[in-house]
Design a protein around this ligand. Structure first.
Ligand code: NAD
Ligand code: YCP
Length: 320
């Protein structure tokens, strides 16, 4: 192999980052992160607003001693408000990311890895982990609000891991939800309103770029579980006060959620536990209650994903 670090493109990541391989790694990483023993070192990400263009640049470093993995993701995300009125389907993607994977022993750069597939899959996998723990005992109806990249990855892993009888979707642009349903070749019921999509849902996923609530507590069936994946800025919302204040609230990182999640900061909702604490069984999964898992996304999830992809890819290369 040459000395120049390889670039592993999206197709390579897609091939090696299977949910079966990824989920156990994420569980361990979340447990280690919440244990706070130093096995995972990960500050809250740095965000630089690109104010002239409604964009943000995030830098997300992490080290896992357990996985012997050191990386940083660099991600940009843009509000892309114009898309509401124009052709959203062909609009420029809202998120772009790249992961730099380092050799922890000496700090050298091992690989540059496409971060988009990593972001989509690790986020969906973490929502699936939360759902396994927090969904009601009987969960027949899944609702997805939003129809972008995260909607696709969430649908993929939720279909792989659960057996919902019905999937309902609402998206700001109906055509976008209809395109989703036709490309996924699945029986997805496209709804005219978010309220209609949420009615009777046992599990709800919010994956939008909304900055105002799109999911109201009064629509949510008691005992349902919500994965709230969007609204990762302190002044952005996806869920209203009523839902935030009447749920049992789980997060990926307490520290990051209190800095980044408008749903938590602006509603004043109290955090019950981190997901890693539930996985470790130091905090209970109150699945019979109405639960919300507020995900902001952690660098450690990208780091273990990148290491997995690199190791599997390297194993296919014969040394020169
Ligand atoms: N928690 C995490 O780990 C994590 C990771 C990646 C992305 N995200 C967040 O998840 C959300 C979805 O990401 P994505 O990659 O699917 O984005 P995307 O641009 O591919 O899709 C966004 C979806 O939101 C809809 N939308 C945009 N503005 C809206 C509005 N004002 N009201 C209602 N719907 C609106 C669009 O129609 C589209 O269906 C974003 O908020 C993103 O920042 C979270
Ligand atoms: O964890 C992430 O990758 C994303 C980046 C964009 C904002 C939301 N969280």
């Amino acid at each position: 192999m040459s000395d120049r670090p390889p670039f592993l493109e999206a197709e390579v990541v897609k091939k090696f980052l299977t949910y079966t391989a990824l989920i156990p790694l994420l569980k361990t990483a979340l447990i280690n992160f919440s244990a706070g023993t130093g096995a995972v070192v990960q500050p809250v990400r740095t965000i630089v607003p690109v104010a002239n263009y409604g964009g943000f640049l995030g830098v997300m470093p992490a080290y896992s001693a357990t996985d012997d993995a050191l990386a940083t993701k660099v991600v940009t995300f843009y509000e892309n408000k114009r898309a509401a009125d124009e052709n959203e389907i062909s609009a420029f993607p809202s998120h772009h990311s790249t992961v730099l994977l380092f050799e922890p022993r000496n700090g050298s750069l091992k690989a540059i890895i496409d971060g988009n597939v990593i972001t989509d899959r690790r986020t969906a996998a973490v929502s699936a982990i939360a759902t396994k723990l927090l969904k009601p005992a009987s969960a027949d109806v899944l609702c997805i609000l939003g129809s972008g990249a995260q909607a696709h990855s969430h649908f993929e892993v939720f279909m792989e891991l659960f057996s919902f009888k019905e999937v309902k979707m609402w998206s700001r642009r109906r055509e976008s939800a209809e395109l989703f349903a036709s490309t996924m070749k699945a029986n997805v019921q496209v709804c005219a309103t978010a309220r209609e999509a949420v009615a009777d849902a046992d599990v709800i996923i919010t994956v939008t770029m909304a900055t105002e609530p799109i999911l109201l507590g009064e629509w949510v069936k008691p005992g349902a579980h919500v994965n709230a994946v969007g609204a990762c800025r302190p002044d952005w919302r996806e869920l209203d006060d009523s839902l935030m204040q009447h749920c049992v609230l789980y997060v990926d990182s307490r520290e990051a959620a209190l800095k980044e999640s408008g749903d938590i900061i602006l509603s004043g909702a109290e955090i019950f536990a981190e997901l890693g604490q539930v996985l470790k069984e130091t905090k209970p999964a109150l699945a019979e209650k109405t639960t919300v898992f507020k995900s902001v996304g952690l660098a450690i999830e990208d780091t273990v994903s990148a290491k997995l992809v690199f190791d599997l890819w390297s194993a296919t290369k014969t040394p020169e």
